[in-house]
Structures are given as C-alpha cells and as structure tokens.
Design a protein around this ligand. Sequence first.
Ligand code: NDP
Length: 255
Amino acid sequence: MIFDLFRLDGKVALVTGATRGIGLGIVEALTDAGAHVILSSRVPKPDVVERFKDAGRKVDYLQGDVQDPAVPAQLIAEAVRLGAGRLDILVNNAGVAQHGETHSFPAEQYRRLMDINLDSVFRACQAALGPMRAQKDGVILNIGSISGLISNIPQPQAAYNASKAAVHMLTKSLASDYADDGIRVNAIAPGYITTDMTNGGLNDPVWGPVWRDMTPMKRPGSAMDIGAAALYLCSPASGYVTGEVLVVDGGYTVR
Ligand code: NDP
C-alpha cells in the first residue's frame, strides 16, 4: 500500500525546537506515523510531552540550548541512548528570527542568530553522521526558509536570510557527500507560517497585509502544513529524494 511508505514504526527521531510552532507540527506528524520522537527545546514544557504520552505516542524529552556549541553533540548522544543505540531521523528546526537594518545590526545579535540558525545545525548534522554512517541509514531534515531564496519585504532581515541560505547549501552539500552512506539530507523552505515567530508581523498593520498580498494563496500556512511535508521527507515515501529544498509557501516564491 502506498500509505505504508509514510509509516515510521520503529524509527527514532530527534526534533529540535519541538515544543511549539513548526517543530510541534513536525512532532505531531512523525509520532502519528509511529516514530519514537525525542523532543528538544531550550525551555522545558512538560505539559506538551505529557500530552503526547497520554495520547499513546512514544516520546522522550531533552532540554538544551543549541546556542551552546557543546549542546548539539550532547543532544545527539542522548538521543542515541534513548533510541537504544539508533538515530534514524534528525530534524533541525530550532531557529530565531531577528529583523533590523544591516548598517546598524548589533554584532552580538548577528552572532546569536548565526550560532542558533546555522552553526548549531552544522554541529548537529556533524554529530548525527556518526551513528547514521554506522547504521548505513539515516535521514536529516533541516528547516530553512523562503528567506534563503528571496529577500523578504518590507522587513529588513539580511542576517536571517543569509543564515537560511547557508542551511540550504549545507543540506545540498551533505546530501552529495553522504549519499554513499545511505543518508538522505533534505530541507523545507517554509513561507509565512502562523507561529510565535510570525505573530507580531502578521498582526502588524504594515507588514501583515504585505505578507498576505505577496502570497498567491493570500494566507499564512499552519504548522501542520510543514509537518505533512516533513513526514514525506523523513519517511520512505521520499526514498529517492535527497539534496532537495522543498518550498511550502502558498506560492510566495513563484512571483
Ligand atoms: P517559534 O519562534 O515559534 O519557535 C522556535 C523554536 O526554536 C522553539 O521551539 C524554541 O525553543 C527553539 N529555539 C530557539 N532558540 C533556541 C535555542 N537557542 N536552543 C534551543 N531551541 C531554540 O518559531 P517557528 O516554529 O516559527 O520556527 C521554527 C523554524 O522554522 C525556525 O528555524 C524558523 O527560522 C523556521 N521558519 C519559520 C517560518 C515561519 O513563518 N514561522 C518561516 C520560515 C522558516 P523554546 O520553545 O524552548 O524557546
């Protein structure tokens, strides 16, 4: 059956930024498909984890601030332990957005943004390659952005855009370098999705209408729109897909 290709029974997945927003949508999708999902976030949210357990889903939780250079590898090591020696899926979703004119963008904000959006993704991929290469099997999914493909308006956000473009290129490079090891590496480039990250902009009297008008479908997407795409890219349904940046944006980038 074609739907069997979307099942993840017996698979172990680590999702960063997992307790709200897009990450939560991804956890919903992967656990629904039968995966054992290890949720990670900076701020513990025991109620979210308990809700999944109460619904009969197999989940665990790891706290970690991925801005700390040591944390991504620690999360991978702990996930492998919780997965009884396996890590089948890594979803690098944790991220921050920071707007601001480049000529006055504070150096410490730039460093923080790159640490979280790019460096932590590189470090997590690096650490996950160990167990995945040993298994000769694995899937990495990075959450990029349409901001890695186009320069959004009206808000200035050059640093964020650059961080996401780098995530896309990291994705393609790893897909090329590790295909021989049975590892697929893909990214999703979401358009505007309703989360804490975009609530301010979507409700802004200037930004909100521009964001909607520039989207052919005239509305933001939902976390589950990204969860569904993530399930495809993390499951055997996408077994011949690697190095792809899948755009899920209501048509924003076609214009
Ligand atoms: P939210 O702001 O709603 O959630 C961000 C998530 O990232 C939270 O779970 C947060 O954890 C986690 N996070 C942030 N900083 C750290 C850190 N230092 N260490 C560990 N975890 C951290 O954002 P979204 O759900 O909207 O965004 C998720 C991803 O999707 C990001 O990479 C974002 O750039 C990308 N994206 C979002 C779009 C959108 O329109 N929403 C569009 C395109 C891309 P905690 O809850 O503990 O704070």
